[in-house]
Every structure is written in structure tokens, then in C-alpha cells.
Design a protein around this ligand. Structure first.
Ligand code: SF4
Length: 342
């Protein structure tokens, strides 16, 4: 049965109107499932018996089930069941708010050299409901409201673009979950045509780019997507996004020991970004047993940070959360798969 959480408000209006119900009924249903979080359509008190029966016969209200959870002081990592597959999401509890990092695909085809999810390859795209339900399921499980969402779990969001955009519509809908657009960040490896499409939506959703290298030769080695879209093309697309939205773009830069952490790399990065509305997020690398890469020392990260910062580039080092609980994207799912396959 189709999940009700696949439908945007517009789509629900059209389904209900074409089945003889009123437009305002869609708002009542949305408020019932997203504001009151009913677990049965019968519990939406302000709709007719006919509508309850129509909904129950055509749509499911099921949440996702949790297969595994690893917790530490400020980070919980969950493996969620989606039929024959599983997906990951990570809850991070900061002093000021809670953030949930969610996935958009099962595995990923982008094959970034340093990434666990890329190692497992894409099995399929997540449906709209599977993206939205990560948020609803964790909120119910933890009895919390999530303030920030980062779409940088498993998968390349722009490789599942249509479902991503619908899920964003539902997550931000004032009649629904109502998370502010500015509290959501989508992270892409740089699929250029989709950056233009996303900019044209003129949403206030934040954009982050996984750059990870300041020149094409190195980036193509780390991220095969760079063979399709060069850094200069990504930068042009980001300029367009900034012009359309006036939103600052985050440049994600994972620090790999001896690979992209040199002074030369820092200066190349500065000349790429100087004068642009961009902010660099330096990410300490989480080594895994499969990886050929090593973690940079704190000192190297700090040196890199200082060079950028003293040259007028906005920069921060990502606070490490979840390092001891298979914190990097895809690690929990990868280790589960291996345990079951061995
Ligand atoms: S880093 Fe992101 S885009 Fe690259 S393989 Fe991993 S999940 Fe895919």
C-alpha cells in the first residue's frame, strides 16, 4: 500500500479532489499526520467517516522500524529498515539544538575514494516517504522535535532529485512538519545541472558542496564525478546559486593525511574561493579498515585552518561527533552488511 508520506500537500489536494473530497480536507489530513502525529486515520477527529475510510483503504501510515542503534553521549546512529534494505541516519545533540543527518539512497554510485557508502554502490533511490519518515521515526522514538536537518547521509541527493525536492516540500510545509528551510542543508558532490535547477527553485534551503580538493587532477582521483563536471563548472554553478538565493554555500573539505592537506592545496583553495559567499568546513577523516587514507593530525588541520583564515576565508573545523560509533556516512550499514554476509 502507498505511504501517505509520499504525498506533498498539493498532491494530496489533487487526490482528494478527484475522489470527491474538498481541498481543505487535505490540510486537515496533513495537520493530523504531521502536527498531531496520529497513528490511525480514525484519530483525525475533524474529518468525515468517508474520508477516514478512503484513506485507510488506500494509504499506510506506518513509520520505519529500527534495526540497530549505536549511542554515545551526544550522537545516536540508527539503522532503519526499509523492506529488504536498510538506511542510516544520525542524530546529533548540540547544546543549542538537535540535528538529524538523513540518507537519500541505498548506497551511492558516485564512488568517492574515501567513502564507505560509495564502496557499497547504489541499490536504489529512497522514495519520498522513506526520506521524510527518517525524521518522523526518530522524533517519535526519541520523543523530540528536530531543529536542523542535514541531507548528507548515504547517497547523492541530486541523483534522486525529484524525490528530494518533494521531501523538502513536505519537511518545510507550514501545514506539515514545518522545519524552516534555513534549518535544512543539502550536500552534493557537484552534479552541476542539478545545482542550477536547485537554484531556480529559489528555496532558502542551504547548499553544501563536497569539494575535498582544490584542483581537477587531485579531485578527479578522489571523486570520479569531477571527470564529468570540473571544478570551474561547479564554481560557476555555485555563483549562480548564490546570485539567485543570496545564501552562503558551504564547501566541505575532508582532511586526508598527505593527500589534500598541504600548504599548496590551502593556497589553491584560497584562490578558488576568495571574495565568494562561501564558508569552508574542514572535516577530520574517520579512518576505516578498508580505507587507503589516513587521518590528519590536529596540528596539520590547524595549520590548514590558519592559512585559510588569515587569508580572509571563512572556515571552521567540524566538531567530531560519533567517531567511536562508526560515525562516517555508511559505516554502520557497511559493517552490518558484512556481518550478515560473513
Ligand atoms: S561521499 Fe557522498 S557522493 Fe561520494 S560516494 Fe559517499 S555518499 Fe556518495
Amino acid at each position: 500500500m502507498n505511504s501517505i508520506f509520499n504525498l506533498t500537500l498539493e498532491e494530496l489536494i489533487s487526490v482528494l479532489e478527484s475522489n470527491g473530497f474538498k481541498k481543505y480536507n487535505a490540510t486537515q489530513v496533513f495537520e493530523g499526520i504531521y502536527k498531531k502525529r496520529v497513528s490511525d486515520f480514525d484519530d483525525i477527529s475533524n474529518i468525515s467517516k468517508e474520508l477516514k475510510s478512503f484513506l485507510s483503504s488506500n494509504y499506510s501510515l506506518d513509520y520505519l522500524s529500527v534495526i540497530d542503534a549505536l549511542k554515545n553521549e551526544n550522537t545516536n546512529k540508527y539503522l532503519l529498515n526499509i523492506g529488504t534494505e536498510s538506511i542510516e541516519c544520525v542524530l546529533m545533540k548540540h547544546d543549542y539544538a538537535t540535528s538529524l543527518c538523513i540518507s537519500t539512497q541505498v548506497g551511492c554510485n558516485m564512488s568517492c575514494a574515501f567513502c564507505e557508502s560509495g564502496r557499497l554502490k547504489k541499490v536504489r533511490d529512497l522514495s519520498v516517504s522513506e526520506i521524510v519518515l527518517q525524521v518522523l521515526t526518530i522524533e517519535k522514538l526519541e520523543n523530540i522535535r528536530i531543529q536542523n536537518i542535514v541531507i548528507m547521509g548515504i547517497g547523492e541527493p541530486f541523483d534522486n532529485y525529484d524525490n528530494l525536492v518533494k521531501a523538502l516540500d513536505i519537511l518545510t510545509c507550514p501545514k506539515g512538519i514545518e522545519i524552516g528551510s534555513r534549518h535544512i542543508t543539502v550536500s552534493t558532490c557537484g552534479i552541476v545541472p542539478k545545482i542550477y535547477e536547485f537554484a531556480d527553485l529559489k528555496t532558502q534551503v542551504n547548499l553544501a558542496i563536497s569539494l575535498h580538493a582544490p584542483n581537477d587532477m587531485l579531485r578527479s582521483k578522489l571523486m570520479p564525478i569531477n571527470k564529468a563536471y570540473k571544478i570551474s563548472e561547479v564554481m560557476e554553478a555555485l555563483d549562480y546559486y548564490i546570485e539567485k538565493t543570496n545564501r552562503r554555500v558551504t564547501i566541505e573539505y575532508i582532511m586526508l593525511d598527505g593527500v589534500n592537506d598541504t600548504k599548496e592545496c590551502a593556497y589553491e583553495l584560497i584562490s578558488l574561493l576568495k571574495g565568494k559567499l562561501m564558508y569552508v568546513n574542514l572535516i577530520p577523516y574517520n579512518s576505516t579498515s578498508h580505507s587507503e587514507f589516513k587521518r590528519c593530525s590536529k596540528e596539520k588541520i590547524n595549520n590548514f585552518y590558519q592559512i585559510l583564515s588569515s587569508n580572509g576565508i571563512g572556515v571552521g573545523v567540524r566538531r567530531e561527533m560519533g567517531k567511536n560509533i562508526k560515525g562516517a556516512c555508511g559505516q554502520l550499514r557497511a559493517s552490518h552488511k558484512e556481518n550478515h554476509e560473513n
